[in-house]
Design a protein around this ligand. Sequence first.
Ligand SMILES: Cc1cc2nc3c(=O)[nH]c(=O)nc-3n(C[C@H](O)[C@H](O)[C@H](O)COP(=O)(O)OP(=O)(O)OC[C@H]3O[C@@H](n4cnc5c(N)ncnc54)[C@H](O)[C@@H]3O)c2cc1C
Length: 413
Amino acid sequence: MTTSHVILGDGIAGSSAAETIREADPDADVTIITDEGEPLYNRILIKEFAKGTLPEEPVSIHEEEWYEERDIDLELNTRVTSVDTDANVVEAQDGATYEYDKLLVATGGTPTRLPVENSDAEGVHYFWTFKDARAIRDHAAEAETGVIVGAGLLGIDLAAICGAQNVEADYLMRGNRWWRYALSLDGAEIIHEALRQKGVTPVFDSGVERFEVDDDGHVTGAVDANGEFHAGEFAAVAIGLDFNTAFLEDTAVELDDGIVVDEHMRTGVEDIYAAGDLTRYYDVILDERAQNGSWGSAKEQGVVAAENMVADEPVETFRYVSSYSITHFEFPFLSFGHPTIGDDEAERKYSDTEWRRLTFKDGQLIGGVLIGDLSQQQAFKQIIREERPVADQMEKLLEPDVDLDALPAPAVE
Ligand SMILES: Cc1cc2nc3c(=O)[nH]c(=O)nc-3n(C[C@H](O)[C@H](O)[C@H](O)COP(=O)(O)OP(=O)(O)OC[C@H]3O[C@@H](n4cnc5c(N)ncnc54)[C@H](O)[C@@H]3O)c2cc1C
């Protein structure tokens, strides 16, 4: 009997799941439904496109022919509005229905709107899609002043776009530093200096009270928490994601700021799986639920979900150490694992542009941030995967070159 697999979302999680299903089961019916108007593209690269440093073509990953060649039905511009988990039917906004035997939800997130006055004014950008990137690129190319909000991994992309497009920008942050959950002031200062060199001014203990607009409703700047006005005919906000799960609200699928799944990407409802940014998955290395917004992790979750969907039982487990790099500056930057949680930490500065911070939980390394020198990333990822009890070995882990043989043996092979 032919199995019908329906995948919601054609991001990297959904698309890699479709590819995996097709390879594992040449006879299956595979349908991908996406509300975007174009097939999979490289979301990581849209920032380079918005900077003006990359044309459109290399950002695309799949043409529509890619789906045709694999006999995968691709439904573009189709927004899913509900799922009937008793009848196994997905319904879209245009009334179309899709029956499934197995359903994968990989609909990711939508940027959270800043809850202040005029946060949806013309000229205030939120950044997630290629369409957003086109609007940002065009606007930044003609703007002279900008305001950026959101001191995290996406906010810094927006700041770098301003830098690359010669927009003189103020980067408003709530605390005393960029990405305060993962970096100490020592590490963050390296980033602040690099931002300044690009013409972006970090403004600390700030944040937006409201945006100001002109008579045409176009943004002119932001008033910060201290009452100060920052001019910005271009404004951009990246304060997090709202996960796209509204169509599951009337179902028994457990939602908890995302979709709760086990280590096999299964929800608690039979035949429904989830993968990518929106999962709150069981992390078998951390031994607790975790969330992860990165390309590599979303891709791997798509593959794991697909293999389990085809096998009809759990044959693959998601056991993965993710990483996320930033390439805007003259020095490299990489975060890996879970750098924002933990019960202990260690850090060291090696030079003006070299710094390292490691985080630990229950005696194990669980994540970190490397600035300047990424040469030890594989060693750190291996230590995490092997669950070595290294929390009392901080000095050795802070050595420029980590000697794996000098550390406690792996707890997991
Ligand atoms: C500008 C930018 C830069 C980034 N840089 C990096 C980086 O350097 N490194 C890194 O690791 N990660 C980076 N990321 C994060 C990375 O892109 C994501 O983690 C990854 O793309 C998540 O993939 P996903 O498939 O889970 O979700 P998404 O890529 O968000 O795909 C979900 C898809 O589902 C669609 N959808 C949503 N709701 C519905 C609905 N109701 N009906 C139908 N379709 C729907 C969405 O439109 C979307 O196409 C970046 C993200 C952005 C935006």
